[in-house]
Design a protein around this ligand. Sequence first.
Ligand SMILES: [Ca+2]
Ligand SMILES: [Ca+2]
Ligand SMILES: [Ca+2]
Length: 371
Amino acid sequence: MFESRIAVITSAFVFLIAATPFAKAQDIINVVAFNAENLFDTVNDADNPRDDTYLPLSVKSAMSDHEANCERFNGSGSFYFRQCMNLNWDLPTYHTKLKRYADVLKAMPAMPDIVVIAETENRQVLEDLTSRELPDESFHIVQLDTSDEPDSRGIDVGILSKFPIVGTPQAHVVDFGRNENSCGKTRDIVQAGFALPDGETLHVFGVHFPSGRSPFICRIIAFQKLNNLVSALPEKSLAVAAGDFNINCVEGPSDAFTRLLVRNGWYASPLVSSGCRAPGSSKFVDHSLNNWNTWSFLDMILVSSELSPTRPSDKSWFADLGSFNTLVVSTEQIIVDDRDKGFIEPRRFDPETGRGVSDHFPVGMRLIKRR
Ligand SMILES: [Ca+2]
Ligand SMILES: [Ca+2]
Ligand SMILES: [Ca+2]
């Protein structure tokens, strides 16, 4: 009798705990963009010579054309050639990399509801990330693995979402037209809809625009493609564009970038166009100013006008633009670069030591329920 009462009390208590998350309606949505920096698996994609850097040495040594491919895609004698030859990207290394990335998400003040992740090789790496390191989080995965190979190296933008996927996610190729010679090819823009707790659809565009090695016009063209995609949504749609825009702190304050935002009615934190200063999501070395070390927000989160906090809307959500910032939550994310006289920078993942995470800091922004 006594024992069965305990059992009843215990099971009631368990029920209360389990019921709590459903009892309180969710009124904050945390959106994060966090470039994973080379999140490759350990499996050789036979169709993509550019994933060969990220293989176990045992696999590399069994490939007769390995050295020739390393040379062909990285240049003879370069740092990347030596990495392609010598890096031992084996399972323990890969698993440590997954853990480092997940540890940052777990250390955030709240586990993000949506994470846009540049530099993921395929869907499997996000399956591995969530099943191994985030088993209690029930993320839905978007990773379409469509970006051009070998030009994209095989990396794509992926998205994790706590909210169910609405419709079919799509990948959009950026066509650089007559600028293709200088821009090459870039990662596809990934579009997915997610059902928010009130039933509204949030349209998320995950981006990873051409790097700073290419001219600004390449990022402008990619941004125009993004704007065309957002313009095609039904009127009053809620849209977020997030990821690695690769727009550095010199380009951020430019008239061109302002126009790209204004023409499409984007709202953004003023931080993304405030120039070369802290904070920022990645290191920027200003070669025009005696190699001055400073910061860029290559990673951004933009919201459509319907999510503006300063416009009336009959939708249920607005973006807290002031909440946009970097999320530096773990000592693994930072390192002091001795060569640069004590400058703090994001700590890249080092496969030999297993230390560090990524060459980017994550950025985050809250969406809040209107009352
Ligand atoms: Ca691979
Ligand atoms: Ca390969
Ligand atoms: Ca891929």
